[in-house]
Design a protein around this ligand. Structure first.
Ligand SMILES: Cc1ncc(COP(=O)(O)O)c(C=O)c1O
Length: 458
């Protein structure tokens, strides 16, 4: 069989600076050991996020040139609205400037103090927006997700018993929605099966609770359904997506991921009544309902991106590159979340540095080393991200301490992946030399990971 190769070629390149270890040691100290505080020019390979960092296609750039910048009723708005209807099946749609803005508008409309929102490892902005409203996110993720060595194919799934127990425990008025995150970013970019989506919807109907999908990586989720769920192997990605969203009452979307644009988001829903209520908040926070914080050209690029990224070939190239890096790390003996997720490789930091105490931010310690040794910027998905318990003020120690290496779409080559794997291996081979981790010297009360400051413990 011939080897696999990407279905695209490169038209434009951007120079990146290859710094020295001496420079990086100084820069990370100045950045208080928080990778978010580094300048991008100080990073060689930026795997901080796959959000807004992808390379747009020639067709997306061409679509930008025909953006309609009218304040009201722009043709770009209708183009995106029609694409949303075609791909997801929803009649009502509100553009927003990014995913968390969609959460802000939707949650302002339906969440009140004391509410309970079940879901599968709610993403940090989602949880932040829930807790900011003094409501509670209840994690109903399947237990398989917490064993990084298990090859369970749908670790993003909701555990139906956990969900039903939550739905039973509280009155209906206290549960404004169930959120299913596809793919499940926080548990390793792991997919939710179509079977699970169907069962969640059935349960939700029994208790009369709406289901919303946090859809940032819906297309990658559909790819995994096609590959791993026997019943769907002969369906197109677009057919799978249509069925997935038939089990949802609405969606929030960060278009910066699976629509492969640098900025954008939206909300879509079935209910006209909800749309009307949410429109008020959209106008207040985002902009008039036909642009919602976006330029017309951005809406054109999102519409084109949604079309392209619901094609099997586009997704195959992307997911195979993530897998390429993951397999290299597995071959080097590095503990990673398995099977390899859709958008990132997640290093299991507790297994990588078992000698570091959890109070010393294990995953952050590994992430800092990756930067110092190789100029690679990953991100901690662990205790720092989990924030403190809003009631007790104590650190919440999540079951998993992960370092996420998120791969931007169509941005790096496999030589870059070889380099990343070699850096990881170098650190892994000398891991016994690490004695201590980090301590926090400053933190914000919510979403502290973006701005926290650390010191190395000597
Ligand atoms: C699953 C998920 N939901 C929501 C968001 C928030 O989207 P944005 O960064 O566009 O605000 C993200 C961003 O990473 C995400 O991964």
């Amino acid at each position: 069989m011939l080897p696999y190769a990407e279905p695209y070629k490169i038209k434009m390149v951007e120079r990146i600076y290859r710094s020295t270890e001496k420079e990086r040691k100084q820069w990370i100290k100045e950045a208080k050991y928080n990778l978010f505080k580094l300048k991008s020019s100080q990073v060689y390979i930026d795997l901080l996020t796959d959000s807004g960092t992808g390379a747009m296609s020639d067709k997306q750039w061409a679509a930008m040139m025909t953006g309609d910048e009218s304040y009201a009723g722009a043709s770009s708005y209708y183009k995106l609205k029609n694409t949303v209807k075609k791909i997801f099946g929803f009649d009502y749609f509100l553009p927003t400037h990014q995913g968390r803005a969609a959460e802000n508008v939707l949650f302002s409309t339906i969440i009140k103090e004391g509410d309970i929102i079940p879901g599968n490892s709610h993403f940090d902005t989602t949880k932040g927006h829930i807790e900011f409203r003094k409501a509670k996110a209840v994690d109903c993720t399947t237990d398989e997700a917490f064993d990084t060595s298990s090859d369970f194919p749908f670790k993003g799934n909701i555990d139906l018993n956990k969900l039903e127990n939550t739905l039973k425990k509280y009155p209906k008025e206290k549960i404004p929605l169930i959120i299913v995150t596809i793919t499940n970013n926080s548990s390793g970019g792991q997919p939710v099966s179509l079977q699970n989506m169907k069962e969640v919807k059935k349960l939700a109907e029994k208790y009369d609770i709406p289901v919303f999908f946090d859809s940032a990586r819906f297309a990658e989720n559909a790819y995994f359904i096609k590959i791993r769920e026997e019943k769907y192997k002969n369906k197109t990605i677009k057919e799978i997506v249509k069925e997935m969203f038939s089990y949802a009452d609405g969606m929030t979307m960060s278009s910066k991921k699976d629509a492969i644009v640098n900025m954008g988001g939206f909300i879509a829903m079935k209910s006209k009544e909800l749309f009307k209520k949410a429109s008020v908040y959209n106008i207040m926070y985002e902009g008039f309902i036909t642009y919602g914080g976006l330029s017309g050209r951005d809406m054109n690029a999102i519409a084109q991106g949604l079309e392209e990224n619901t094609e099997f070939e586009t997704l195959e190239a992307r997911i195979k590159q993530v897998e390429y890096l993951g397999i290299k790390l597995i071959e080097a003996g590095i503990p990673v979340q398995r099977p390899i997720g859709g958008h990132a490789v997640f290093i299991d930091a507790k297994k990588f540095l078992p000698q570091i105490k959890k109070e010393e931010y294990i995953a952050q310690t590994v992430a800092v080393e990756l930067y110092i040794v190789g100029g690679i910027r990953g991100v901690e998905i662990g205790t720092v991200l989990a924030d403190r318990d809003p009631v007790t003020g104590k650190n919440r120690y999540p079951k998993l301490e992960l370092v996420r290496l998120a791969i931007p779409r169509r941005t790096y080559t496999n030589s870059h992946m070889d380099y990343v794997a070699a850096v990881c291996k170098k650190i892994f081979d000398t891991r016994h030399e690490a004695k201590r981790g980090l301590k926090i010297t400053f933190e914000a009360p919510i979403m502290r990971h973006f701005t926290a400051e650390f010191e190395k413990i000597k």
